[in-house]
Design a protein around this ligand. Structure first.
Ligand code: NAP
Length: 295
């Protein structure tokens, strides 16, 4: 059996079409243009390309986007002042500070300074707390993207054994939390694994749905999963450079062997990646609606 490929590229495309229509309607009916600012500190090439992709996508959807690039030696004080400026800017509904920040800046301090109503990354403790409580909030983009992929692929989560590998605050923990919420797309029995997990294979082998976000290239092999599993591979690992100078990427799951056993699987690239940016756009549109009092 060869798995159904869950295409993040295709799913993201469909959601972006929906968003494009929504953005056009907001403009026409309410003279409202959602606005996003991305703030990049320093010249990390990966961060530069992420920010460029976010701005390009926003532009394509009709979202107003501003990009601020600051020197790597920008002070914490100056960055806080910039965040404050955008907190007050009524044309901006979403503020994204690209992580990681240079070491001399306290990341938490910056993220906590963002108005929770403009926290389209969903990293502010107010939004994290609301998510935990199952309240309406901005969901973190990558975990939200994983859920959308499952839902739009018709994968039943209710009652499923879900195993998540990785417990970071931006992927593993929120994915686990969202999948156990008492609502559609949740209701799963969730196990969270990490480096101190005693017997990883015991858990991964009984997963109906396996979400892997460890950051270790090809760590999950075919003999660690059961026949018919649905695999969401969040990992993005640079394993080399092609002749044309492009990064060669691999997920955390050994795609070629696992796809022969799985019922469905996301590829890398083209899986969770495109969904993350799309969910950021969805949050920006949601922020604009909320700040304009439309919901
Ligand atoms: P992270 O902060 O480094 O966390 C990795 C987690 O995996 C940790 O909880 C760690 O356990 C666990 N882990 C690492 N090696 C393990 C092993 N051998 N066995 C069991 N658990 C292990 O990483 P992250 O930010 O969550 O990102 C994870 C991956 O997803 C990365 O490849 C990243 O590039 C990718 N990612 C992709 C997107 C996207 O849009 N597609 C977005 C975000 C991240 P401990 O807690 O015990 O150390």
């Amino acid at each position: 059996m060869s798995a159904k490929i869950i295409s993040g590229t295709e799913t993201a495309k469909a959601i972006r079409e929906e968003l494009k229509t929504e953005v056009a309607q907001l403009k026409e009916q309410h003279d409202l243009v959602p606005g996003l600012v991305t703030i990049l500190v320093g010249e990390d090439p990966a961060s530069q390309s992420y920010v460029a992709a976010k701005n390009k996508t926003a532009h394509n959807l009709g979202i107003h986007s501003e990009q601020v690039t600051l020197d790597a030696d920008t002070s914490e004080e100056d960055l806080l002042a910039l965040v404050d400026k955008y907190n007050k800017d009524t044309n901006i509904h979403g503020i994204l500070v690209q992580l990681p920040l240079p070491k001399h800046i306290n990341e938490a301090k910056i993220l906590y300074a963002i108005d929770p109503n403009k926290d389209v990354d969903g990293f502010h403790p107010v939004n994290v707390g609301k998510m935990m409580l199952g309240e309406q909030c901005f969901l973190p983009c990558t975990p939200h993207g994983c859920l959308e992929l499952l839902q739009r692929s018709g994968v039943e989560t209710s009652g499923a054994e879900v195993v998540v590998v990785g417990r970071s605050n931006i992927v593993g923990k929120p994915v686990a939390n969202l999948m156990l919420q008492k609502r559609e797309g949740g209701n799963a029995t969730v196990t969270l694994c990490h480096t101190r997990t005693r017997d990883m294979d015991f858990h991964t082998k009984r997963a109906d749905i396996l979400v892997v976000a460890a950051g270790v290239a090809n760590m999950i092999k075919a003999d660690q999963v059961k026949e018919g599993v649905v695999v969401i591979d969040v990992g993005v690992n640079r394993i080399g450079v092609s002749e044309s100078g492009k990064a060669i990427l691999a997920g955390d799951v050994e795609f070629e062997s696992v796809k022969e056993k799985a019922a469905a699987i996301t590829p890398v690239p083209g899986g969770v990646g495109p969904m993350t940016i799309t969910m950021l756009m969805k949050n920006t549109v949601q922020a604009a609606r909320q700040l304009a009092g439309l919901e």
